[in-house]
Unconditional design. Structure first.
Length: 298
């Protein structure tokens, strides 16, 4: 029944009543946190600026740091040197020299011990032991321009990463290797969803939403009602796909178009979550706000 939200200045909030009231939880950092995931009722992780990765084993009541930007940069350098790649060594040396100034932007937590985090400048790291040790994934991603990776999703052994300048990376072997997909758009994708092993939806700048039914070989554009950047997505319990934008609207994917769920704009939306199994909560620049039930019916 607990809902956990993260945000600016290391803020972690928890609600026991579906978002009606919130209580701040202690955290060991003051940097902006950008994403949070839970694998079960107790085990979760959050990522943020400064290359920070936090873990919790008590449903978000307490958190501890398992990775930071300085350690991540050194891990990248050690990995590059082990591979003997001059290009990767150069990139990693720059990471070390520039310090902990780059954010992680998304993460996957397939189980309580496994973590994969991605972020700015193509940063990608994984841990198989709960964050005690980390492995650089920079060599696995076909991302020579070190473009930002904004979204990471998985469905069984199928993985998808989406990011800056139309970056789309696909893995069919559980993340062991990724191949570049042909991109239908050269602007940034901020969200991505694997509807099935073959069906992909990506969205981002200026309301660009694209759909593929063949694992990214071909794409069809989805009509959006406004040219505002898509910044959040959610698969609902009944399988529907919701997208939200900076104009403050939540929209439902209906075939080849998006249909707004409400008529009045909310503040710019950063995230969506279903609470108590049936109510939709929007996470905005003005805090957490429920979408009125009347709006859902309109």
């Amino acid at each position: 029944r607990r809902t956990v939200a993260v945000g600016e200045r290391g803020l972690v909030l928890a609600s026991e009543d579906g978002g009606t009231s919130w209580r701040q939880q202690p955290t060991p950092v003051s940097v902006t946190l950008t994403a949070v995931r839970f694998v079960d009722a107790n085990h979760g992780a959050a990522v943020g600026h400064g290359g920070v990765v936090l873990k919790t084993a008590d449903a978000g009541a307490s958190w501890h740091v398992v990775l930071d930007g300085q350690r991540a940069a050194q891990e990248a350098l050690d990995s590059a040197r082990a591979l003997g790649s001059a290009a990767l060594i150069g990139d990693a040396e720059r990471l070390v020299a520039e310090g902990a100034d780059k954010p992680f932007l998304d993460l996957l937590m397939p189980d309580a011990s496994t973590l994969v985090v991605v972020g700015a400048y193509g940063l990608a790291f994984a841990s198989s032991n709960g964050g005690r040790t980390w492995t650089s994934w920079l060599d696995r991603l076909d991302n020579p321009k070190a473009l930002h990776v904004y979204a990471l999703r998985r469905r069984d052994d199928t993985w998808l990463a989406a990011g800056e300048q139309g970056l789309l990376l696909h893995s069919a072997n559980g993340g062991k290797s990724f191949r570049r997909l042909p991109s239908p758009y050269k602007g940034s994708f901020f969200v991505a969803e694997l509807i099935s092993e073959q069906e992909i939806v990506v969205a981002g700048l200026r309301g660009n939403v694209w759909r593929s039914g063949d694992a990214g070989s071909h794409w069809t554009q989805v009509a959006a009602p406004m040219p505002a950047s898509i910044t959040a997505s959610l698969r609902t319990p009944d399988g529907a796909l919701l997208l939200a934008n900076q104009a403050g609207f939540v929209m439902k994917l209906a075939g080849d178009r998006l249909e707004p769920l409400h008529r009045s704009a909310l503040p710019p939306i950063n995230g969506l979550v279903v609470v108590e199994g049936r109510r939709l909560m929007t996470l905005t620049v003005m805090g957490a706000m429920p979408l009125p039930a009347a709006a859902l019916a309109s």
